[in-house]
Design a binder for this molecule. Sequence first.
Ligand SMILES: NC(=O)c1ccc[n+]([C@@H]2O[C@H](COP(=O)([O-])OP(=O)(O)OC[C@H]3O[C@@H](n4cnc5c(N)ncnc54)[C@H](OP(=O)(O)O)[C@@H]3O)[C@@H](O)[C@H]2O)c1
Length: 333
Amino acid sequence: MRAMVIDKYGKRPVREAQVAIPEINDNDVRVKIKAASVNPIDYKIRDGKLKPLLKFKFPLILGNDFSGVVTAVGANVRDYQVGDKVFGRPSKDNIGTFAEFIAIDKDEIAHMPRNLSFEEAASIPLVGLTAYQALNEVMQLQPGSRVLIQAGSGGVGTFSIQLAKTMGLEVATTVSDRGVELVKELGADQIINYKEQDFSQILSHYDGVFDTLGGQNLDKAFHILKRGGTVASISGMPTEKVAQQMNLGRMKQWMFRLASRKLTKKAKQTETHYEFLFMHPSGKQLTEIKRLIEDGKIQPVVDRVFNFEETQGALEYSEEGHAKGKVVIRTNT
Ligand SMILES: NC(=O)c1ccc[n+]([C@@H]2O[C@H](COP(=O)([O-])OP(=O)(O)OC[C@H]3O[C@@H](n4cnc5c(N)ncnc54)[C@H](OP(=O)(O)O)[C@@H]3O)[C@@H](O)[C@H]2O)c1
């Protein structure tokens, strides 16, 4: 099958290769991929930036989520049949969706929302699960809570704003001029133009901050929280807890405790919490997301669709960092 691979870490273009169609185990389905989305993790993996957290073998097929059609099912699979349309995010040991097929555990997929095209459905799994886990599992926000969602016009941001509104949250978000109209349509209650205003001078007594930016924006986040509030970061420094959850050795756990000390100290000083989230696959949560989409409560936001041959261009476009919503690759036509 055709696949877009890298042969080693570094800022080199992806290469199209012919690789074997993956075999399935008893708990797997094989999916003919119709579309995949680009996520910043794709070029972070390519550059070797996630080496402390993730181990890969080369040649490595890039790509972290997809939509497609089931072409084979393992002996233990009951909920899926050949011909079903599905979408999913594979586990960290089984990435590789910039390809014609993937073999994936049945628990990491869900039936595709009936009202979406393959391109739209492929835009959802990674960002949808990230938003779901940050707002529900990490921050555990309740109706009426106030949350700041950083970078509201990005892939994670566009989904998170909509999900937060379905949860009855009051949402502030940061965007540049180019994102204002979009986040207004998605339901944001307060919009801060980060090029002109400093959110930490405007917001206070928030229950949560969903930090998608890291750096100074993360440092400042603690100051807008009420006592007991939580910063959930997906771009800051991972914590010892995350290293434990990912079964990294004691040495790495200690390294991450040390590296995140500044942030955990800041949380203690401000009587708030700091949590890093490394999102995990979940077919069950994707099924809940599917329902929200079919009920019309959440809509995909797709900025651009590229053809499979243009995968390198799609990665470069995403890496520029200005996409409004998601960048998608059409795999099979
Ligand atoms: N830990 C995890 O499990 C996990 C999961 C998903 C994502 N992530 C990480 O989360 C980050 C965001 O992912 P994404 O998919 O949303 O990225 P993305 O779609 O590439 O984000 C691009 C958007 O960010 C906006 N932006 C850039 N700088 C900004 C700033 N200072 N303030 C407000 N908005 C800003 C851009 O708008 P303008 O160009 O108009 O400014 C653009 O619309 C990435 O670093 C990704 O790796 C981590």
